[in-house]
Design a protein. Structure first.
Length: 426
C-alpha cells in the first residue's frame, strides 16, 4: 500500500522531473557556450525522443503502471501499454546524465576511478528514487520473477539502466569524432531508440528471468548474470580511459632552466610532489581570466586546445594535463626568468608554478588558427608583477603541435620579451 496518494506522488514526480530537465538544459547551454560542447543538449533532446520507446522498457523489465490520475493523463500507447505524462520529464535525468558523463570522460580521458566515482552516486540515487516511486508513491511496480527486489525497487535494473546510458555516451563519443556543427543532430534518433536496445544488450539475462519459464532458483542466477554483463560492458568502456594518473609515473624531467630560479628548485620528479604542486598551482591561478569566443567551426586539435585553455582557466589542472602527450615539451625564450625547455606534464606544472609565482597572468582576445598538426594561438597577455604591482600588456603567439590528438610541443613568442623581463626582474 503506497504511503501517499497517487496524485501526490505523481505531482512530486512531475515536479522533480521538470526541475531536472531545466537543470540539465541550463548545464547544457553552459557547456555549449563556454566549452563548445553541444552533446549534453543533444542527449537531453534525444532522451525526449526516448520517451516514445518507454513502453518498450516497461515490456523488457515487466513494469506495470496503475490507471493515470488527472494531472498526468496517458499520452502515448505502444505494445498495448499506456505511458502517462509524468514519465516524460524523467528521461533526461536517467538517460542523458550518465551518458554525458561517459562522453566527457572519454573525450577528456578521465582516470577510470573518476568516472566510477561519478557514476556510483547516480546508481544509488536512482535506486532511492525508485523506492519512492514504487513503495511510497505507487506509480509503478515490478511484476514477474524479478531478481533482487528491495523495498519494491530493483538494484539489478538500476545498474542495467545506467549501463545502457553509458553505452549511449560511448557510442556518441566514437560516432561523433567526425561530426561538426549541425551534423550533431544526426544522433538524435539513435539516442531515442538506442537506450532501449542497449538495455536489452546489458540486461538480457534478467529479461529471461522475468519473462521466461525458469525455475525459482535460476532467477537470482540470471540476475547475477545480468550484473556480470554490465560489469563486462563497463570494463570495456574503461579500457578506453586512462589507467593510473600519469603523474604517478612521471617521465624524467630535463628542463634547462638555471638552478636557483624562483620556484624551480622546489620541485622533484616524485608523484607526491607533483600532485602537491598541482594543488598549489590551482590556488595561484588568477580568477579573472577570460577567453573570448573562438568560433563555431573548428578542427579537432583546435577544439582540444580550446578545452585545454578552458580547463586551465577554471583551475582544473589535472584534467588539462591529460590533454598533453607524456613527451610534451614547452619552450620558453632564454632571456626570460623562466627560460628553457620543460618536458612532460610535470614540466608544465613547474613552469606554470614559476610564472604565477612571479606574476598574475590574464589572457584575452584569444584567436586560434589550425594548420595540420599545429594550432597557432594569438592572444593579449596582461602580466601583473607580484613584487611591484606593475602591469604589462603584450601580445603572445604560441605554436601548439599535436600528436594523436594531444599536445606534444608548445613554443611561445612574446612581442616584447625585454618588457616582460624588466617587469618580472626584482
Amino acid at each position: 500500500m503506497p504511503a501517499i496518494s497517487q496524485t501526490a506522488g505523481t505531482a512530486i514526480g512531475l515536479a522533480l522531473g521538470i526541475l531536472s530537465v531545466i537543470a540539465l538544459t541550463v548545464w547544457g547551454v553552459y557547456e555549449w557556450r563556454r566549452k563548445g560542447r553541444c552533446q549534453l543538449l543533444i542527449l537531453v533532446a534525444g532522451s525526449a525522443l526516448g520517451f516514445l520507446t518507454s513502453p518498450g522498457l516497461d515490456l523488457v523489465a515487466n513494469t506495470k503502471l496503475p490507471p493515470p490520475v488527472a494531472i498526468s493523463p496517458n499520452v502515448y500507447r505502444l505494445f498495448e501499454l499506456d505511458e502517462p505524462l509524468w514519465v516524460f520529464p524523467t528521461y533526461p535525468l536517467f538517460l542523458a546524465l550518465p551518458a554525458y558523463l561517459t562522453f566527457v570522460a572519454l573525450d577528456e580521458q578521465w582516470p577510470r576511478r573518476k568516472l566510477w566515482m561519478s557514476i556510483a552516486p547516480i546508481i544509488a540515487s536512482n535506486f532511492i528514487g525508485e523506492v519512492f516511486l514504487t513503495r511510497v508513491a505507487g506509480l509503478y511496480w515490478y511484476a514477474g520473477q524479478q531478481p533482487f527486489l528491495v523495498l519494491g525497487a530493483s538494484p539489478m535494473w538500476e545498474v542495467v539502466y545506467v549501463t545502457a546510458s553509458m553505452l549511449m555516451g560511448a557510442l556518441l563519443h566514437f560516432l561523433g569524432r567526425r561530426l561538426r556543427g549541425a551534423a550533431w543532430l544526426l544522433p538524435l534518433p539513435v539516442i531515442g531508440s538506442g537506450f532501449m536496445g542497449f538495455m536489452v544488450v546489458a540486461g538480457w539475462p534478467g529479461m529471461v528471468a522475468v519473462h521466461g519459464e525458469v525455475s525459482q532458483p535460476m532467477v537470482p542466477v540470471l540476475g547475477l548474470a545480468s550484473l556480470a554483463c554490465c560489469a563486462a560492458i563497463l570494463y570495456m568502456i574503461s579500457l578506453h580511459l586512462r589507467g593510473p594518473d600519469p603523474l604517478r609515473a612521471p617521465t624524467a624531467t630535463a628542463h634547462t632552466a638555471e638552478p636557483g630560479r624562483t620556484g624551480l628548485n622546489r620541485f622533484d620528479s616524485s608523484a607526491g610532489h607533483a600532485r602537491h604542486d598541482i594543488h598549489t598551482l590551482r590556488r595561484q591561478m588568477p580568477v579573472d581570466r577570460r577567453l573570448e569566443p573562438i568560433g563555431r567551426t573548428m578542427g579537432r586539435n583546435t577544439k582540444t586546445l580550446q578545452r585545454f585553455l578552458a580547463l586551465i582557466e577554471s583551475g582544473a589542472i589535472e584534467e588539462a594535463l591529460r590533454l598533453m602527450d607524456p613527451k610534451v615539451v614547452i619552450h620558453e625564450a632564454e632571456s626570460l626568468p623562466y627560460s628553457g625547455d620543460f618536458q612532460g606534464p610535470e614540466g608544465f606544472v613547474r613552469l606554470a608554478e614559476t610564472v604565477f609565482g612571479l606574476a598574475t597572468l590574464s589572457l584575452s582576445d584569444v584567436r586560434l588558427l589550425e594548420d595540420g598538426d599545429t594550432v597557432i594561438s594569438r592572444s593579449k597577455a596582461t602580466f601583473t608583477a607580484r613584487a611591484t604591482g606593475r602591469v604589462l600588456e603584450t601580445e603572445v603567439v604560441e605554436l601548439y603541435t599535436f600528436h594523436n590528438g594531444r599536445i606534444i610541443d608548445i613554443d611561445a613568442f612574446y612581442k616584447d620579451t625585454r618588457a616582460v623581463v624588466e617587469l618580472l626582474s626584482p
